[in-house]
Structure formats: structure tokens, C-alpha cells
Design a protein around this ligand. Structure first.
Ligand SMILES: C[S@@+](CC[C@H](N)C(=O)[O-])C[C@H]1O[C@@H](n2cnc3c(N)ncnc32)[C@H](O)[C@@H]1O
Length: 204
């Protein structure tokens, strides 16, 4: 089964509250966006956004340049259905982050639980190229992955776990680590999962 088929099937079979990664409010992501200095004038892209409610919060904050990218068209359709009319102002991008070319730049890149699925070094390199190309100079990236004490699989797929330092070393010197948090996510059925959330600034 291809990567896309895996995720389309997952979103076809379950609704948002049945996914281990579901959050009612993406509080820590929003806190890090505040630390990055987010304003209504900022452009934000949520990578592998799925059915995440971060887009709802960004719309509530009055942002008008929001993009959500995901491999799964089923996920994007479900998020659009939930949002209704306000979702019409969002740019929905059905693409694999390892082959996508933005053709523009964003002020803030957000990724919760996507980079850690890239266990092939070539896929990681492609992701970092996309990040580098599509983030404005001085722009910020928030990347959340399972931490070293987190699960080694998600949605039945193997993941690479990271500490903030390991993630910084993987992204390279162009991305300066500004803040990091160890975070225990509670799945909808109450199982704790250890994440790291890191905030980076693109230098140079
Ligand atoms: C664990 S879910 C996290 C969803 C969302 N970020 C959140 O926090 O609720 C991972 C998401 O990444 C998407 N995804 C996985 N691999 C991807 C890839 N190579 N390119 C784009 N999206 C991908 C999946 O379709 C899924 O929506």
C-alpha cells in the first residue's frame, strides 16, 4: 500500500476523535506561534495538517493567509467539511511533502507528527529542502515529533524519535533552535505519548 493509500484509508475509516493524535486545542503549537511573533499579517502553512484544529484557531485569530498541506485528500475534505464557509479562504494542498514545491514563501511552518514518519534519509533531505525553500528569511518553523521516550510507531507506521538537539542537528545550521518543550499528549482514550516541540528560526 502506498503512503497516500495508507493515510486515505485511515481517514476513511475513522473520525477525528478516534485518532491517537487528536487534540481538541493545539495549545502548545499556538503558544510557540506566539513566541514566534505571529500576527494577523503572517502567512502560515500547516504541514500534514490532517484534520487538526490549528487552522480553526488561526482563522479565529484573523489570519487570512493560511495553507494546509496533506497527503490525504480524505483528511483535507473532512477538515473543509468541519470548517464550512470560513474554510473557503484557506489554501488546501493535497501533496506529499517529499515531492512538493511551494513556489512561494511562508512566515511560519508548522508540523505536528509528520516529519517523524520520514525514516528514509532521502525523504528527510527532501523535506528539509522544501522547508528551506518555502520559509521566508527569518521565518519560524515549529516541528513536533515523538520524543526519545515516546512511541516507536504511529498509525501502524514506524517513526524516528527525536530530541530537540537531534532534530536541530538533522535540520542543519540554517535552522537555529530557539525553544523546545517536552510534552505529554493524552490520546483520546487517555494514553500518554511523549512529544518534543521545537521552535526554529531560519537564519541567513
Ligand atoms: C499523525 S497525523 C498528524 C495530523 C496533524 N498534524 C495533527 O497534529 O493533528 C500525520 C498526518 O501527516 C500526513 N502525512 C503523512 N505523511 C505525509 C507526507 N509525506 N506528506 C504530507 N502529509 C503527510 C497524514 O496524512 C496525516 O494527516
Amino acid at each position: 500500500m502506498s503512503r497516500k493509500q495508507h493515510w486515505d484509508t485511515a481517514y476513511d475509516q475513522k473520525s477525528e476523535g478516534q485518532f491517537s493524535w487528536h487534540q481538541e486545542t493545539p495549545a502548545l503549537s499556538l503558544e510557540l506561534m506566539q513566541e514566534a511573533g505571529i500576527t494577523r499579517a503572517c502567512s502560515v502553512i500547516d504541514i500534514g495538517g490532517g484534520t487538526s484544529r490549528i487552522v480553526d484557531s488561526l482563522l479565529d485569530m484573523g489570519l487570512s493567509d493560511i495553507a494546509v498541506l496533506d497527503l490525504s485528500e480524505n483528511a483535507l475534505r473532512a477538515a473543509q467539511r468541519r470548517l464550512g464557509m470560513p474554510g473557503a479562504t484557506v489554501t488546501w494542498i493535497a501533496a506529499d511533502i517529499t515531492t512538493w514545491q511551494a513556489g512561494r514563501q511562508f512566515d511560519i511552518w508548522h508540523d505536528r507528527a509528520v516529519f517523524h514518519f520520514l525514516i528514509d534519509p532521502a525523504d528527510r533531505a527532501a523535506y528539509i529542502r522544501a522547508l528551506s525553500d518555502s520559509l521566508s528569511p527569518g521565518g519560524h518553523a515549529i516541528i513536533a515529533t515523538f520524543a526519545p521516550d515516546g512511541p516507536d510507531k504511529c498509525s501502524g507506521l514506524p517513526v524516528q524519535r527525536y530530541s530537540p538537539d537531534m532534530l536541530a542537528a538533522t535540520l542543519g545550521v540554517q535552522f537555529k533552535l530557539l525553544r523546545h518543550h517536552h510534552h505529554l499528549h493524552q490520546t483520546p482514550w487517555g494514553t500518554p505519548q511523549a512529544f518534543q516541540f521545537s521552535l526554529f528560526r531560519k537564519t541567513g
